[in-house]
Design a protein. Structure first.
Ligand SMILES: NC(=O)C1=CN([C@@H]2O[C@H](COP(=O)(O)OP(=O)(O)OC[C@H]3O[C@@H](n4cnc5c(N)ncnc54)[C@H](O)[C@@H]3O)[C@@H](O)[C@H]2O)C=CC1
Ligand SMILES: O=P(O)(O)OC[C@H]1O[C@](O)(CO)[C@@H](O)[C@@H]1O
Length: 401
């Protein structure tokens, strides 16, 4: 179905790339509730058509009661349809957000470059781009991909007119089953924190309720990634080894809960050392408790296979597993439980419907090259590094358990 201009008098437009769980369940919903008409750009035709046919969907807040928020004033385009993308670029656009996954993000360079090009040709003013992905500096990575799509003149326009704001995005939105393919199920908690220093003033200029801005973004990003995501990943990997299906099953196991709590205290000590006085020991203790409570939400069916997905990405330097370990190493702080979490990640290998391409690739590499070489490549450490040896010992122990 061809895209038609939205042209809603007085209504600013937001484009949300990715109409998946976070796109519909969090960022798109916040933007719609803040007064935007939200155009989702996705590659799934079924979702694009359904959004255009109904122009609304329901967000089910999974808190044990029936609480539904209806999200209205939404439509959609196919993200590869550059003609449609060009049409939206001419509208009163003020923000572009993404939630497609870190590995897909560079593919958005083409459609977003089209938007920038069109706006330059039309002499249009500033807009902001915020990549909402579980990846440190995701927005910067998108900007780098855009730079290679644009010519010199377009790059200058981009520098002057496009705000690239890094953010931290926190809401657990697992897949949800419902008669309506557009409906999503979300946990009640949400926190979207955006770097205020990078945002440009747009016309129309909109205050976005639900989007918190700060000039200390680094601390927010690392606190979230190295606590929520670190704890979630270790729960998933230990749960997988213990044949648990869901995060709830895994975190309800005393032994797994104790290990995850210990890992979060190791990571927490490094976060406090780095970011004090941004948050205090007491505040961080509360933050950890709250996260463990969120993992224990009986109304979420969040499978360990989803939370553990793409283990090689999660094992990259600076991500949720090696990131806190590096912070501990730099400060001489204990991190043995985090190393155990890494060993568990290296054994992640779901099969059947949950089969994971990266997990398969990781297992093939371990089989062909040996565990020491793989850990050395992932971490950048020498084979005789004490921590590398600890990981391989834990790996062998868990493997034979
Ligand atoms: N689900 C969650 O609870 C959270 C996810 N995140 C992050 O949000 C991002 C998205 O995750 P989910 O929403 O869970 O994934 P998802 O798989 O539910 O959604 C991704 C969407 O992107 C679409 N997509 C794929 N290629 C595309 C392209 N070329 N152009 C436009 N759309 C495309 C897919 O069709 C899908 O609808 C990831 O970076 C994830 O780490 C962050 C916080 C929470
Ligand atoms: O989306 P990723 O990076 O694969 O990791 C799954 C993670 O994303 C989340 O869905 C939300 O932060 C967490 O539930 C989980 O830690």
């Amino acid at each position: 179905m061809p895209y038609e201009a939205v042209s809603l008098p007085g209504k600013p437009i937001a484009i949300q790339f990715g109409a998946g769980n976070i796109g519909r369940g969090f960022i798109g919903a916040v933007l719609s509730q803040a007064g935007f008409h939200v155009v989702f750009a996705d590659v799934q035709e079924k979702i694009v058509n359904a959004l255009n046919e109904t122009g609304r969907y329901d967000v089910h807040i999974l808190n044990g009661e029936t609480q539904i928020e209806t999200i209205e004033s939404v439509s959609a385009v196919t993200s590869t349809d550059l003609k449609a993308i060009e049409t939206i670029a001419r509208e009163p656009l003020s923000i572009i957000t993404t939630a497609v996954g870190p590995n897909i993000l560079p593919r958005l360079a083409k459609p977003i470059a089209q938007i920038i090009r069109t706006r330059m040709e039309e002499g249009m003013g500033p807009i902001n781009i915020v990549a909402c992905e579980n990846l440190q500096n995701a927005t910067d990575k998108l900007r780098e991909a855009l730079e290679s799509e644009l010519n010199d003149k377009e790059r200058v326009y981009m520098q002057d007119n496009i705000g690239f704001a890094i953010c931290s995005v926190d809401r657990i939105v697992p897949p949800f089953s419902s008669d309506n393919i557009l409906d999503v199920g979300v946990e009640p908690f949400f926190e979207w924190t955006v770097d205020s220093n990078s945002l440009k003033k747009t016309d129309p200029d909109v205050v976005i309720n639900g989007m918190h801005t700060t000039n200390n973004l680094d601390a927010y990003v690392q606190r979230k990634l190295f606590t929520l995501n670190t704890g979630h990943a270790i729960t998933a990997y230990l749960g997988f080894l213990d044949k648990k299906d869901t995060i709830l099953d895994a975190i309800s196991d005393d032994s797994i809960r104790t290990t995850v709590t210990q890992a979060l205290h190791e990571s927490g000590a490094a976060l406090l050392a780095k970011h004090h006085p941004f948050f205090s020991q007491e505040q961080h203790e509360e933050y950890i408790k709250k996260i463990l409570k969120r993992f224990s939400n009986h109304n979420l069916k969040d499978e360990v296979s989803r939370v553990g997905r793409e283990p090689l990405r999660k094992l990259r330097q600076g991500d949720r597993l090696l990131g806190p370990v590096e912070m501990c190493r730099e400060r001489n702080l204990g991190h043995d439980t985090l190393l155990l979490g890494i060993a568990a990640a290296l054994l992640f290998h779901p099969t059947g419907v949950h089969e994971d391409q990266e997990a398969n690739e990781m297992q093939d590499r371990i089989q062909q090259e040996g565990i020491e070489k793989v850990v050395s490549d992932l971490t950048g450490w020498e084979k005789d590094d004490e921590d590398l040896q600890k990981i391989t010992r834990e790996y062998s122990r868990l493997k034979s358990a």
